[in-house]
Design a protein around this ligand. Structure first.
Ligand SMILES: [Ca+2]
Ligand SMILES: [Ca+2]
Ligand SMILES: [Ca+2]
Length: 199
């Protein structure tokens, strides 16, 4: 099976993209109004929660269309990957990407294994290896990843919300994230990772 290039980070970004044309300094106008981003994230959650039960189940999650920024972001992600391009690199992004990749492949395998005998026959592969199936596998893997308490429901808290990260970035606590604050957060995260690697 071909590896998917879509990382977990990218997926969550996609999912919160309407919620947040946001936390992305390349396109975002500063300062970012955290309350506004959170309101949009909540509104997105309510849209996906079609039966208004206060939580999103897998069926709702699968039915929801991801926001339409896919192509653009996808290309940029690939470009980024090329720039920092360590093949076989082991940064946090690569690790998350690998984990998500493995999770998607596991879901894909389950979808392809139509008769559930634990193996994918050539016929099953030919019948099931479609774009739609792959999309479904990605959604299922992402759903599991987001469902931290594993009750098969996503609450608003479990749903992707860039507000959390934005609040962490808001050093002066004025509810706005300036370009400088966003920049500082990136630098700190990078440094924290390097420190961790250095032991
Ligand atoms: Ca619901
Ligand atoms: Ca849950
Ligand atoms: Ca601020």
């Amino acid at each position: 099976m071909r590896p998917t290039l879509v990382s977990f980070t990218l997926l969550t970004t996609l999912w919160s993209a309407t919620a947040a044309a946001s936390a992305d300094a390349h396109e975002q106008r500063f300062p970012i109004d955290i309350a506004e981003i959170e309101a949009r994230a909540l509104s997105h959650f309510n849209t996906v929660d079609t039966d208004q039960s206060g939580s999103v189940d897998l069926a709702e999650f699968e039915a929801a269309e991801a926001p339409d920024m896919r192509k653009k972001r996808h290309h940029r992600q690939r470009r980024h990957a090329g720039q920092s391009g360590h093949p076989g690199g082991h940064g946090p992004r690569q690790q998350r990407r690998q984990q998500m990749h493995d999770a998607v492949e596991a879901e894909m395998f389950a979808i392809l294994d139509a008769d559930g005998d634990g193996a994918v026959s050539e016929a099953e592969f030919a019948a099931g290896n479609t774009r739609e199936a792959r999309k479904l596998a990605r959604k299922r893997a992402m759903f599991k990843r987001l469902d931290t308490d594993q009750d098969n429901l996503l609450t608003a808290e479990e749903f992707p919300n860039p507000g959390r990260r934005l609040r962490a970035a808001d050093a002066d606590g004025d509810g706005l994230v300036s370009k400088q604050e966003m920049h500082d957060q990136w630098r700190e995260r990078r440094q924290a990772y390097r420190d961790k690697q250095a032991g």
